[in-house]
Ligand binder design. Structure first.
Ligand code: SAH
Length: 363
């Protein structure tokens, strides 16, 4: 019985699998419970993180990703510092509270210095009031530390899949794509003092329900502060495209992603959970649906419109022909429809982080 599972305090892998397999009335119960827990533990507010996807130049060749190094059909771009700072200012002026700097993965001294300088500039232009999340992949411990010292305080690094064998099947087998290194990076980030987030793709080829349940347990084991996870969406210019016919239908992947979010909320009650953009690629109201069943973070894309088409990780990426200003109002309306409030100007940091580290929020 689903009711009995939902009433539990400790969840085993089998319980999680049952929750992920719910349909109909049982699924409704799961969603209701997740929403109750969310409101009780982290409240009704949704926090915005303005997302700047500032470069699609990448040194990696992950088999699922449209901006992989070996895809020659990508028009590579790299925003100038002035463009990035003006997007940061947009975030600040519109009271978003926080921003996310995301890009393809580059590990170099020049890149480390560039980000360090940008972080200091962003802090300056917002008088330290903009919260900053980085999502710049695997880096050395020293680089992570330098960026932390320069003012970044959250870091998102998805493990993509916590199953080592599956990880290997969706990445080239070489040093640049090592499962161990990715895990080490997550540990480094936590040690340095970042609010640390991870996540996975849902509905990957070869992925089983058991893998997803293990992913949730991995997040618990790691004691993460934040999670961003969403459906896998195939891209024609990637090696995984050839397994297209083996995938579960896209609507089912969407449905499964929602159930992953709801189950995660029940398992890790006080963390921040992002409503991933990939949800919106499948359903125009995808992110708002996620907010109703457990998510509390939205990352509105504030990358200047002309570059958005070139940051195509997957097919049908939403809003690629819009400018940030156009997204503002349409998003606010949709969030209110999802019976949530927007935490304007607030950092909306992970409550779990403060409990874990016995510290107090800054903003
Ligand atoms: N390179 C950075 C961030 C950029 S990619 C990093 O590794 O952290 C951000 C996320 O997009 C990835 O972590 C991956 O989970 C997701 N992604 C990539 N390709 C995708 C696809 N085809 N479908 C769905 N999500 C995808």
């Amino acid at each position: 019985m689903i009711k009995e599972i939902l009433a539990k305090k400790i969840f085993q892998k089998d319980d999680l699998i049952k929750l992920l397999e719910t349909e109909g009335e049982d699924k409704k119960l799961l969603f209701q419970k997740a929403n109750e827990i969310k409101i009780g533990e982290v409240g009704k507010k949704v926090y915005y993180r303005g997302l700047i996807e500032f470069s699609n130049i990448c040194s990696k060749s992950c088999y699922y990703c449209g901006i992989r190094k070996d895809n020659d059909n990508v028009n590579r771009f790299n925003l100038s510092d002035v463009e990035i700072l003006s997007a940061a200012k947009f975030s600040h002026d519109n009271n978003y509270g926080s921003l996310v700097l995301q890009a393809g993965e580059i590990e170099s001294a020049a890149f480390t210095i560039r980000i360090e300088k940008l972080l200091k500039e962003i802090n300056k232009l917002s008088s330290g009031k903009l919260g900053i999340t980085l999502s710049l992949g695997e880096q050395s411990e020293e680089t992570y530390q330098r960026w932390f010292d320069a003012g970044a305080h959250r870091y998102l690094l998805r493990i993509e899949s916590s199953n080592k064998e599956l990880y290997r099947r969706i990445h080239p087998e070489n040093k640049l794509h090592s499962f161990e290194k990715r895990n080490n990076c997550l540990e480094n980030l936590q040690e340095i003092g970042y609010q640390t987030g991870t996540g996975v793709m849902i509905g990957l080829p070869f992925q089983k329900m058991e893998d997803l349940a293990e992913d949730l347990l991995f997040m618990k084991e790691m004691d993460v502060d934040m999670v961003g996870m969403g459906p896998y969406i195939e891209h024609p210019d990637t090696p995984l495209w050839k397994f297209k016919s083996e995938l579960i239908p896209i609507q089912e992947r969407f449905n499964l992603a929602l159930k992953m979010i709801a189950t995660l909320r029940i398992l890790l009650k006080d963390i921040n959970i992002a409503a991933a953009t990939a949800l919106q690629a499948i359903d125009p109201l995808g992110r708002e649906k996620a907010v109703k069943i457990g998510a509390n973070i939205i990352m509105p894309n504030i990358t200047p419109g002309i570059y958005r088409n070139d940051y195509s990780l997957y097919e049908n990426k939403p809003c690629v022909d819009e400018e940030p200003e156009e997204c503002l109002h349409c998003l606010d309306v949709k969030i209110k429809l999802a019976d949530a409030e927007i935490g304007y100007g607030e950092w909306g940091d992970s409550k779990h982080f403060f409990k874990r580290t016995k510290t107090e929020p800054k903003f």
